[in-house]
Design a protein around this ligand. Structure first.
Ligand code: SF4
Length: 379
């Protein structure tokens, strides 16, 4: 049985100005108790799924900033993960903040079976990094990625952002030159989203956030989506580009309807067609594990319509797209009977390519993804 594990580490040194992820700064005093609770959840819940389904194919440790944990705590957590889930996973990724890693930390990760690192770099311009609240500099990012390579990691991803305040196309071009020089096999790109409750959200409400114009942001998007394939990074999902053979297996499993177990505060799980979410507060999570281990709640029970919509949304994020065969297998429904009209209309607008296999977004469809996704909502 193919399945994956997601482990959430909700600590960050400082909250980035755009970030609304479940992550907290200034709670270092809870790290030890949190890792203890997490190890407990791995030993009980993790073991129960391991016994049922065998070894997971992939593990992804994200956050937050996993590498904000002190080395001994990370080592302890990796030891328990190894004891319960085994070793030799197809992929075991840890998200890294370049401001929190060094050679010793990489050794701990390698010793714990980690074989892929994802660096949140976002930009290689110091001015931009400061403006978005990152804790690291351009040089620290370069040293971190090179340090990981020296430590023996070859499967490395770098995140870049576009549409940042004060960012010019030339900044992005310089960042791409830098990533290329680092020769990493995977790049993720994200356009800035201004979310309520973040520093940028507040500045925006006050009319004090100056962003690139829509045309400038669009030019940055166009540059990335054209330049990266020219450099040998094929797009395999809305935000993800990789050299052939280096696509993230864990991420792909999310879009392919593979079940996953989420461990830690705010972690989501997808098990037997149902979605669960753990309590987001670190304190509530620790208390819940200590009391009775119950930290999950069932998110809305999906109707058949919701399950089909969600399946379509996730599949359409990928360049492989939505398969007629897989859809029919999963829902015992013909894709055309459910989405035939929508597919024909979107194909007419040049947003969707439809053939015997199924359908997938065109380049234009990826660019205006929301237009297409909205149409896949069933009445
Ligand atoms: S390091 Fe990542 S998770 Fe932490 S605040 Fe910044 S963007 Fe959010």
């Amino acid at each position: 049985m193919q399945w994956g594990v997601y482990i959430h580490i909700p600590f960050c040194r400082q909250k980035c100005f755009y970030c609304d992820f479940p992550s907290y700064a200034g709670q270092e005093n809870l790290m030890e108790a949190y890792v203890e609770a997490l190890c407990q959840q791995v030993r009980i819940q993790g073991l129960s799924y391991r016994q049922r389904w065998g070894r997971p194919a992939t593990i992804y440790m994200g956050g937050g900033t996993p590498t904000a944990l002190p080395r001994p705590l990370m080592a302890r957590l990796l030891t328990v993960v190894g004891e319960i889930f085994g070793e030799g996973f197809d992929e075991f990724t840890v998200e890294c903040n370049p401001g929190t890693v060094d050679a010793d930390f990489f050794q701990v990760l390698r010793g714990g079976g980690v074989n892929r690192l994802s660096f949140g770099v976002q930009s290689f311009q110091d001015e931009l990094l400061q403006r978005i609240g990152r804790i690291h500099s351009k040089d620290e990012a370069i040293v971190a990625v090179e340090g990981a390579q020296k430590a023996g990691f070859s499967n490395i991803s770098v995140d870049l952002m576009y549409g940042l305040p004060g960012q010019r196309l030339s900044d992005l071009q310089a960042s791409v030159v830098q990533v290329q020089a680092l020769a990493v096999p995977h790049i993720s790109i994200y356009g800035l989203q201004v979310e309520a409750g973040t520093v940028f959200g507040k500045l925006s409400e006050q009319g004090r956030l100056v962003l690139p114009t829509e045309e400038e942001s669009e030019a940055m998007y166009d540059y990335m989506t054209t330049k990266l394939p020219q450099l040998g990074y094929e797009r395999y999902e809305v935000s993800n580009f990789a050299r052939r053979g280096w696509a993230s297996r864990h991420n792909q499993s999310y879009w392919q309807d593979v079940p996953y177990l989420g461990l830690g505060a705010a972690a989501h799980s997808y098990l037997a067609g149902k979605r669960y979410a753990a309590v987001a507060s670190i304190g509530d999570y620790i208390a819940g594990i200590e009391e009775n281990g119950e930290v999950w709640s069932l998110e809305e029970e999906p109707t058949l319509e919701h399950a089909m919509e969600e399946f379509a949304f996730l599949a359409l994020r990928t360049t492989t797209g939505l398969s007629r065969r897989v859809f029919a297998q999963k829902f015992q429904r013909n894709l055309d009977a459910v989405y035939g009209k929508v597919m024909a209309e979107l194909a007419q607008k040049g947003l969707l390519q439809v053939d015997d296999e199924g359908c997938r977004l065109t380049e234009k469809g990826f660019k205006y993804g929301n237009l297409a996704f909205t149409e896949f909502i069933l009445d």
